[in-house]
Write a protein of this length. Structure first.
Length: 266
């Protein structure tokens, strides 16, 4: 069943610049779609439009139906229920989602309490569990800490725990590993991959890196200058890209890969 149905989505600035141009795609329940393209191709604006979170000075037109709710042109009031419950987001920079002045445990407790109705000791237990699920060591210490007291990788895990706390049907991950040290990127990808599979959650995964996208998604949509260039099953796109731009993306990903092979050769 279709969970996210985007049709003819167009995002414009108030002065008439078109930043996302007539974009259409769908994500079925439990399906994992990657949005890939170079910097400035409109990936982030697409995810923000899906959540009804476009910045001031921008408007969207077309249709975005998320779990049956029309997000384009909807009143803010009707969208607050959709965010979190139907779709939750992890951004590139975890500090975007975290409140610097609130202990991390409380930030996870709020959405958890809303969904489960738990309070007191049982709620604290659920927060502990949520932090354990994202494989944070010493969950109780992390729960008492503030965002600036933990590492970047740990902050991103907390942001992921927050996004998962509402058990959304769709997880939107916008370059969730790009700001992390290379050494923790692979771990984070594996974690996201495992958790969404376990929960049969759908994913819209944004990245400029084809290798990253192919690790966690079934299908990809390639974007350039706000438009869809090509979409299809990851395997097909990597093996036989049809469009010139996609070919360039695949070729440069392969070049990096073969450089790695050469370096690791005996
Ligand atoms: N708040 C804003 N005001 C004006 N233009 C913006 C704003 N946010 C993004 N843009 C422009 O919209 C276009 C698409 O941006 P978007 O952030 O969606 O790209 P992206 O593919 O996610 O790239 P990146 O990976 O660099 O974030 C870019 O040309 C960008 O300069």
């Amino acid at each position: 069943m279709t969970l996210l149905d985007v049709r003819g989505l167009t995002v414009r600035t108030d002065d008439g610049r078109i930043l996302v141009d007539d974009l259409s795609f769908t994500v079925a329940g439990g399906e994992r779609l990657g949005l890939i393209g170079e910097s400035g191709s409109g990936k982030s604006l697409t995810t923000l439009a899906v959540l009804g979170l476009l910045p001031d000075g921008m408007t969207s037109s077309g249709s975005v139906e998320l779990a049956g709710t029309q997000m384009v042109g909807a009143a803010e009031r009707s969208l607050t229920g959709v965010r979190g419950r139907d779709a939750a987001v992890v951004f590139q920079e975890p500090l975007t989602a975290l409140d610097p002045l609130m202990r991390l445990g409380r930030q996870i407790a709020e959405p958890l309490a809303r969904r489960t109705g738990l309070t007191g000791k049982r709620l604290r237990g659920a927060v502990h569990q949520a932090l354990e699920q994202v494989r944070l060591p010493e969950p109780d210490r992390i729960a008492r800490a503030f965002a600036h007291e933990v590492s970047g990788g740990q902050r991103q895990r907390v942001a992921l725990a927050m996004a998962l706390a509402c058990e959304p049907k769709l997880l939107i991950a916008d370059e969730p590993t790009t700001a992390l040290d290379v050494s923790v990127q692979a771990e984070m990808l594996e974690l996201i991959d495992g958790l969404v599979r376990e929960r049969e959650m759908a994913v819209l995964f944004v990245s400029h890196d084809l290798a990253v996208v192919s690790r966690v998604t079934d299908r990809v949509l390639v974007m350039k200058d706000g438009r869809a260039v090509e979409q299809g099953v990851v395997h097909d796109i990597v093996r036989a890209p049809r469009e010139t731009y996609t070919r360039t993306l695949v070729a440069s990903a392969r070049k990096l890969e073969s450089a790695l092979d050469l370096r690791s050769a005996p």
